[in-house]
Design a protein. Structure first.
Length: 266
């Protein structure tokens, strides 16, 4: 028997190359496929997305291959995508669920396999236990298709999830007053998937956006882990203080993920 996988909040997390391996991700995907099929969702669409942690896009592709091998149509994000955007894509694509390759606030050594239901929301603890129980004991029991063949056949489709999500944001929120407010907004992206979002949504007026920690660096420099609490936010807060002093009287606001739960971009 291979490593015993135990689901916690939203799914499973592990240490990369120790227990978090391609084979174990494939086993998780097989368990999720079995769960969806048991609930009458066989043959429907599933969204697969990922973050910027080490190898996340490759682990996402591995999960997509298994779901396609089990007869699902897979929408695979073409780049690292924020969790709320993946959740919205489930609804936008009329999918029956989603897989998100991310370990959220965990240390850089970790990665994760998280699942979502047909509304893009969390699967309840009973459902998570059911998925866990359906994970095969060995990778030999996993059904898997080839990514390249699936892309050619259309059973896996790469897509940009940001477009539909941004369109929906603009329906819900009048961004013009923020764009014209003359703020200086410092965004600590914490090396995550939120890089570029505030810049795209809020530039073009009097407001100025400054991003820090906005490149891909899975070692997460200047923080212990990408969790928006001290000391992980200290560098961002210090930069905000510098900006508030150097650009006075222009106002300066510091944004990190905990400060805006509805746009939690990891």
């Amino acid at each position: 028997m291979d490593h015993k996988i135990t689901f916690g909040t939203d799914g499973w997390r592990g240490v990369i190359a120790e227990d978090y391996t391609f084979d174990n991700v494939r086993r998780c995907a097989q368990g999720f496929a079995a769960y969806l099929q048991t609930h009458g969702k066989g043959g429907e669409a599933v969204v697969v997305g990922h973050d910027k942690r080490f190898g996340s896009e490759n682990f996402a592709a591995a999960a997509a291959e298994v779901l396609a091998g089990n007869g699902f149509k897979v929408y695979l994000t073409e780049s690292a995508t924020p969790t709320p955007t993946i959740a919205y894509a489930v609804v936008d694509k009329q999918a029956c669920g989603a897989v998100n390759i991310t370990a959220s606030h965990n240390p850089p050594t970790d990665n994760g396999f998280k699942v979502r239901n047909e509304s893009g929301g969390a699967i309840d603890p009973v459902g998570l236990k059911e998925i866990e129980s359906g994970i095969p004991a060995t990778v030999n029991e996993v059904k898997r298709s080839n990514l390249k063949d699936c892309l050619a056949a259309g059973s896996i489709v790469k897509f940009n999830a940001a477009s539909a999500y941004e369109t929906n944001i603009k329906k819900l929120i009048d961004l013009a007053p923020i764009r014209e407010a003359g703020l200086t907004i410092l965004v600590d992206c914490m090396w995550g998937n939120g890089a570029g979002w505030f810049t795209r949504l809020l530039t073009g007026g009097n407001t100025r956006i400054i991003e820090i920690h906005n490149e891909r660096n899975p070692s997460f420099p200047e923080m212990i882990r990408p969790e928006p609490i001290p000391p992980n936010v200290d560098a961002g807060l210090e930069q905000a203080r510098i900006e508030s002093h150097t650009r006075s009287p222009r106002r300066c606001a510091h944004h990190h993920r905990r400060g805006c739960r509805s746009a939690r971009y990891r």
